[in-house]
Design a protein around this ligand. Structure first.
Ligand SMILES: Nc1nc2c(c(=O)[nH]1)N[C@H]1C(S)=C(S)[C@@H](COP(=O)(O)O)O[C@H]1N2
Ligand SMILES: [Mo]
Length: 313
């Protein structure tokens, strides 16, 4: 696992994108809240009825420096394309992300097939800045756009037997050359317990830095679970199944002693081959201490009260 890497050239269009993003954010912050509320009260009402009202919302304050757009989009784990992080961006270029359909099935009263355009228009896209901590010991701070997974799951009315959620990524070896290798069992699969999936921090992301999701980051839609190691956040999802039993997951199938189902970021539980106590924030020189639940303990620790997190790693 490389700790340091040589920075490639940054194209001027990327620099412009990042600058525009900051300018827009400044502008949004400058509008008085009362004015915003007054202007958009009608659209807020419309959103409340189309987005599900059953879901809690969450506001996360972050003063951390955002990771540069170039680094977020050129240092990727996406084994469907390559196990080489620096090679993913190029290999994912031109990957077909439109049209795209998402199937919601399993323990639900109302199974549903949604296309990416209706997902985008149906759910108000929020910006959320989250830390992403990879099990390999590096981290980033990423401004995502998307919406709470809870809103999507509420649409299909999970039955009382639904205890887990399974996420399946796209299977397309003709376009994803890494899938012709057996680096992982394909398609990529991940899973959450129902309460983790319904937690307001858990999101479906459709973009980052104010733009549509780049292919290398999991376009057109991916999961983001900020208090868990990055591998839980499956990219390019095509199927979501509500399940009674815990689903099998790709990394756990590949190496069950190294990658558990829960995978909560935990500095006190080492990976068999390396410590998890510290991390390398991409763009910084010295390492920082890793925080329990990746710094989201106040929001999520209660989900695991009474559980031995060394056993359920
Ligand atoms: N489908 C799929 N999703 C995936 C992966 C993958 O290989 N395939 N890698 C995971 C890992 S290990 C990490 S750390 C994050 C990386 O996300 P990023 O490239 O957007 O930073 O994606 C996760 N989601
Ligand atoms: Mo990762």
């Amino acid at each position: 696992m490389p700790q340091h890497r040589v920075r490639g050239d940054i194209s001027s269009s990327e620099i412009t994108d990042e600058c525009l993003f900051y300018q827009r954010r400044k502008f949004l912050r400058a509008i008085p809240l009362a004015l915003l509320a007054g202007l958009s009260s009608r659209s807020l009402l419309a959103n409340a009825s189309s987005d599900s009202g059953k879901c809690d919302s969450v506001t996360i304050q972050s003063n951390e420096k955002l990771t540069r757009l170039y680094d977020i989009t050129h240092y990727n784990n996406y084994y469907e394309f390559s196990t080489n992080k620096e090679a993913v961006a190029h290999l994912a270029e031109g990957f077909t992300t439109h049209p795209w359909t998402l199937h919601l099935e399993g323990e639900v009263e109302k199974p549903l097939v949604l296309d990416i355009d209706s997902i985008r228009s149906r759910f108000t896209q929020e910006e959320r800045v989250y830390r992403l901590r990879c099990v390999e010991g590096w981290s980033m701070v990423i401004p995502w756009q998307g919406f709470s997974l809870c809103k999507l799951l509420s649409l299909v009315a999970p039955t009382s037997r639904a205890k887990y959620v399974e996420f399946v990524s796209v299977l397309r070896p003709d376009e994803m050359i890494g899938q012709r290798q057996k680096s992982l069992p394909w398609p990529y699969r991940e899973g959450l317990r129902m309460d983790e999936a319904m937690h307001p921090l858990t999101m479906i992301a459709t973009g980052l830095y104010g733009k549509d999701m780049p292919p290398q980051n999991g376009a057109p839609l991916r999961l983001v679970v900020p208090w868990k190691y990055g591998f839980k956040s499956a990219k390019a999802i095509t199927h979501i199944y509500l399940r009674e039993k815990p689903p099998a997951t790709s990394w756990n199938l590949a190496a069950s002693s190294e990658y558990g189902f829960y995978a909560n970021v935990n500095p006190a539980v080492s990976h068999p081959r390396w410590s998890q106590a510290r991390e390398n924030r991409i763009g910084e020189l010295s390492k920082r201490h890793t925080l329990p639940f990746n710094g989201y303990a106040d929001q999520v620790a209660h989900l695991y009260s009474g559980m031995d997190l060394k056993q359920y790693f």
